[in-house]
Design a protein around this ligand. Structure first.
Ligand code: MN
Length: 256
């Protein structure tokens, strides 16, 4: 079964992630179908790149996130298929596999630039067009055994590369458009909607940059939560309009 690995790794009595009971017949050929990117702050920050195919989400973990610059090749580790419903998931995984915060960073449709996705995956060369809020235009995923930092040599290492077109350019999209396309918030906002104290005793990462990032986000979330319970009547007008513009900002024709 395609989702066995996904389910084995998770305890759905603890994790709010979907168990993947719903099925859907995905479009075939060169028709558009769902894609998303989730920004996932776990033991390390990474971006999970997911393409709908045959009723599941094919998934790659991209440590540095997608880059719009065609000269930048981003390592993408092929990971287990995820259920279709995962594509709308955003929230806090309190413990266990993937413990941390998941933000829905981009979503939209992808269209294969080939008639046979299965053959392209087998070959290790999948070309496609994205139509998301943040990511657009032509891309390729290429399987590699090459000498890239972090490549595993077991066939799981791919590279995610932007093709040169109207949607490529030098903009650092992760920095330029860091927020959620679902809630429009950042990690602290997402955590403050849940329980900011969740990792008081056992944080997903304690040391280094990631530990410091968690520390900061937990403190921000705690203060956001305290503010909202203190004055639930008060408007958050200016803040949310700032966020909307950050989300809406698109690197249109950012070519240099
Ligand atoms: Mn992940």
């Amino acid at each position: 079964m395609p989702l066995d690995k996904y389910r084995e790794k998770r305890d759905f009595t603890i994790s709010p992630e979907p168990s993947g009971d719903k099925t859907r017949k995905s479009p075939s050929g060169r028709k558009p179908r769902f894609f998303c990117v989730q920004k996932h702050l776990a033991s390390h920050l990474h971006y999970d790149f997911r393409l709908e195919h045959n009723g599941v989400l094919l998934s790659w973990a991209v440590p540095k996130g997608p880059a719009l610059d065609p000269t930048i090749k981003r390592l993408a580790m092929h990971v287990e298929d995820h259920p279709i419903e995962y594509g709308e998931f955003e929230g806090v995984i309190p413990e266990g596999y993937g413990a941390g915060i998941v933000m829905l960073w981009d979503r939209g449709t992808w269209t294969p630039e080939t008639d046979d996705v299965e053959a392209a995956l087998k070959k290790g060369d999948l070309k496609f067009t994205l139509d998301g809020y943040k990511l657009k235009g032509s891309w390729v995923l290429v399987r590699t055994k090459g000498p890239y930092a972090g490549s595993s040599g077991d066939g799981r290492s791919w590279l995610l590369i932007k093709h040169k077109d109207d949607w490529s350019g030098a903009v650092d999209i992760a920095e330029f458009a860091p927020l959620s396309v679902k809630s429009e918030g950042d990690f602290a906002d997402i955590l403050s909607q849940d329980n900011p104290d969740v990792w008081r005793s056992n944080r997903p990462a304690k040391g280094g940059d990631t530990g410091a990032l968690f520390e900061r986000i937990i403190r921000q979330a705690q203060s956001l939560k305290a503010q909202s319970s203190k004055s639930s009547k008060s408007s958050k007008g200016s803040k949310s309009s700032e966020k909307s513009s950050a989300r809406a900002a698109r690197p249109k024709r950012a070519r240099t």
